[in-house]
Structure formats: C-alpha cells, structure tokens
Design a protein around this ligand. Structure first.
Ligand SMILES: Nc1ncnc2c1ncn2[C@@H]1O[C@H](COP(=O)(O)OP(=O)(O)OP(=O)(O)O)[C@@H](O)[C@H]1O
Ligand SMILES: [Mg+2]
Length: 257
C-alpha cells in the first residue's frame, strides 16, 4: 500500500447474473489527489462506485479506506467514515428553494439528534447558524447564490448537478466520488465545477475519484487516470500517458464504430 493511500480497490469483482460488470479491478487513490475513472459506456464505472459506497457488496475482492476494509459495510456507515458520492442521474431534489435544499443536506448531521435538540438548544441554534453560513458559502462558490430563493424546478441540468455537488459537501467528506459532475452542464458551468473541484482539493485537501466523459475536463484536473473497459482496468497513468496510449484510443473508437 502506498504511504498516503486513501482508497484501495483490491481485485474487486461484481457480477449481475452472467455479466461480470467489474472484473478483478485493483487501484489506489492517494490522499489529496484527483483521479479520473474513464471508459466506454457500460465499462463498469458506476458499478465500481456502487461497490465502493456500499450499495453493492463485491462478489470478490476488497475495498480499503484509510487502511480499513469497508467492503460489506452499509452505505451510511461508509459515508460516516468519510466517503460521499454524487449520482450520474440526478436524484429527485425536493420542490423547495435552492437554499432550502442546501440546508436540508445538513440535516442528519451534527446537532440534528433529537436529544441534543432538547438538552442543548443553544448548541443547535449555533449549529443552524453555521449550516446557513456554510450553505451560503457553497452556493456562492458554485455561482448559485443569486438563485438561492428560486425553486429548484427552474434549475438547468448542469445547475442541478452543481447543487448536488454542494449538498455532498454537507456530510463533511474526506473523499468525494463524483459520477459525471459536468453532465448536462454548459461550457461556463463546466468551468465553475472544474474550478470548484480544484479549490476543494487545494483548500480542504479533499480527495477525488471522478467519472467523466468530457476528456477536456479529465485531462485538465486529474493527477492520474484509470481506464476501464469491460469491467477490467485497461491502464492507469498520467493524463499524458493515457492520451498517448493506443489501446485506450481503440477501446473508445471500437465501441463507437
Ligand atoms: N443493477 C444492475 N443490474 C444488471 N446489470 C447492471 C446493473 N447495473 C449495471 N449493470 C450492467 O453492468 C455493466 C456496467 O454498467 P455501469 O453502469 O457500471 O457502466 P458505466 O461504465 O457506468 O457506463 P456509463 O458510462 O454509460 O455510465 C453494463 O453492462 C450494465 O448494463
Ligand atoms: Mg455510469
């Protein structure tokens, strides 16, 4: 294991009936790094996320987070340990304002415990004030502050994804797994998301594993890239190494043709 290993997948296998969606996949993500996970449609990227975050138990292999095995744990326990993810397809946001949705993400966090609410109302009030401050800060960084009092119903696809990214931060993660964070985003929104991810890594030392089909985004932000195809790791390397790899180009072109 690398000295600074944050996440490690060790020969992970996930089958759906006769289909092997993830096939003996092994990789490591270093603390504080931004790692891309790319591959053609159906390569097993989302399934890998689902295994790491506990939605599925691997059929074989292990997932290690900060030196401890997490495979088989429940999703909320894995989230509690410090991994939060966003979803490829936007989950349904509540029909409330943008700010209310952001505040809601803090619910269930510290201070929302009913006994604390009864015993320490001042503590809860302070907590709520802090949540509001953090929500405003996140919305400002995501260029969503001007829309804070609008219903989420008016948000564009890209803005919804950005709000979900903001919500993911409310759980105070150490590591974020983002499934196509700029899908449906405009050119400008994509730039905002890219800058936000870089800022989170730099200022808060967060670690990222990002699935993304937009190559310019992946090449721009990732320290390392893992390429998967048919559930298997095809290669791993720097953006330059991946760009120069013949097999990678063939894997993509092969599916398109
Ligand atoms: N719950 C499921 N039941 C059965 N098969 C599934 C399930 N989830 C995924 N699969 C299959 O597993 C394979 C990998 O799917 P997955 O969604 O992980 O791919 P992906 O790399 O995320 O693709 P995309 O880039 O299109 O999002 C596909 O063949 C898919 O049809
Ligand atoms: Mg997917």
């Amino acid at each position: 294991m690398k000295v600074n290993s944050m996440l490690k997948a060790d020969s992970v296998v996930k089958n759906f009936g006769g289909l092997r969606a993830v096939d003996r996949c092994s990789f490591e993500v270093e603390k504080g790094s931004i790692v891309g996970l790319i591959g053609p449609n159906g390569a097993g990227k989302t399934t890998l996320f689902n295994v790491i975050t506990g939605l599925y138990k691997p059929d074989a292999g292990r997932v290690i987070f900060k030196g401890e095995e997490i495979s088989g744990l429940q999703p909320d326990e894995i989230c509690h340990r410090g991994i939060t993810r966003t979803f490829q397809v936007s989950r349904e946001l509540k029909i409330m304002t943008v700010l209310e949705n952001m505040l809601l993400a803090f619910k269930g966090q510290k201070g929302e415990n009913i006994f604390r609410a009864v015993l320490k109302p001042t503590y809860v009030l302070e907590q709520e004030k802090e949540n509001l401050g953090r929500s405003v800060e996140i919305l400002k960084t995501l260029n969503l502050y001007g829309l804070r009092n609008e219903s989420v119903a008016i948000l564009s696809g890209g803005q919804r994804k950005m709000l979900e990214l903001g919500q993911a931060l409310a759980t105070g993660p150490e590591m974020l797994l983002l499934d196509e964070p700029t899908a449906g985003a405009t050119f400008g929104e994509t730039g905002t998301v890219v800058n936000f991810i870089k800022w989170l890594r730099q200022k808060q030392g967060l670690t990222f594993l990002i699935v993304e089909h937009k190559m310019e985004v992946i090449m721009n932000i990732c320290d390392r890239i893992i390429v998967v195809n048919y559930g298997r790791k095809l290669m791993e390397g720097t953006p330059e190494e991946v760009r120069a790899n013949k097999e990678v180009r063939e894997a993509y072109l092969g599916r398109e043709g």
